[in-house]
Design a protein around this ligand. Structure first.
Ligand code: ZN
Length: 299
């Protein structure tokens, strides 16, 4: 394929669409850092500014932090972006917050989850046409977890994947570009948690997962939907550093950081995805988001 007046363009590009700043560092971050190291151009698109995220770091739960939360979260995102080596852009929407209580309160006016659907799809279509990704990632239809922004992120990503290559849709928003594969992040699955739990116990370390696993039957597991396991153990440290850069959003003493990296690298050295749409041939299971794409781009 060619852009820029006929010059051959064999640069691989990956676009990861996420709901909030910090999601990119906990879902597929090591795989992104790996692809950056392999020379892939990676763009994270962050749908919202994360203005309604909880401050989970006790040391930072202070009035002056809350007064500047939007600005602080941008600075945190900049730092995480540098650590992962990716590019990043904002879709420009406002965080919906996670409604809690019974009955659930209404979503705040003007938030992402209440945004006009066609307009939000168009905003992402414009970014797809500008960046021209070969592969996109997003969340599954459950959002990975049921935050209204994650569900909205899923919906607009799928719709934009289908619309971006169609010259009759959003004709005013750039030259059509059809990404070749769409994946859902599948990192949170029971089999992985059992492997980490047992790895901890075998090493004689207390596991943070025991209670979760006991309660797991109450929640659905989508581990059987995994089609693609990307070896990314060498980048788990970068992933954790990027997540820590979102300092207001993570508890530095929390469960996320309890499993020693060497155990993670031994028992579960991959980041996992479900192939949701594909326009290329790639036998499943795969270990590469660009399987079937590399051949096409270099042809
Ligand atoms: Zn989120």
């Amino acid at each position: 394929m060619s852009i820029d007046g006929g010059q051959v363009d064999d640069q691989l590009r990956l676009m990861a669409v996420h709901a909030h700043p910090d999601d990119e560092s906990s879902k597929g971050a090591a795989a992104m850092a790996k692809y950056v190291a392999d020379g892939v151009d990676v763009l994270v698109v962050t749908c919202t500014g994360g203005e309604r995220g909880s401050v989970l770091n006790k040391n930072l739960d202070r009035p002056e932090i809350w007064a500047n939360i939007a600005e602080i979260r941008r600075a945190e995102m900049d730092r995480a972006r540098e650590i992962l080596g990716v590019r990043q852009s904002w879709l420009g929407y406002v965080d919906s917050g996670l409604p809690e209580g019974d009955p659930l309160p209404p979503l705040p006016e003007g938030c992402f989850a209440l945004a006009g659907f066609d307009e939000a799809v168009g905003a992402l279509v414009a970014q797809i046409r500008e960046f021209q990704p070969h592969v996109m990632t997003t969340y599954d239809e459950n959002g990975g977890y049921p935050h209204p922004d994650h569900i909205m992120c899923h919906k607009i990503s799928v719709a934009a994947f289908d619309a971006a290559g169609d010259p009759d849709r959003y004709a005013e928003l750039g030259v059509p570009w059809q990404p070749l594969k769409l994946y859902y992040n599948m990192g949170f699955n029971k089999e992985r948690m059992i492997a980490l739990h047992e790895g901890m116990l075998a090493a004689g370390i207390e596991s943070p997962y025991g209670e979760w696993l006991e309660k797991w039957d109450e929640r659905e597991d989508h581990g059987d939907r995994i089609t693609t396991r990307v070896p990314a153990g060498d980048y788990f440290e970068a992933r954790d550093d990027a997540l820590r850069a979102h300092a207001t959003q993570v508890d530095p003493d929390g469960w996320w950081f309890k499993v020693p990296l060497v155990i993670q690298q031994q028992v579960w050295p991959t980041e996992d995805f479900e192939l949701a749409r594909s326009l290329v041939d790639s036998p499943l299971p795969e270990d590469d988001l660009f399987a079937g794409v590399r051949e096409r781009v270099r042809a």
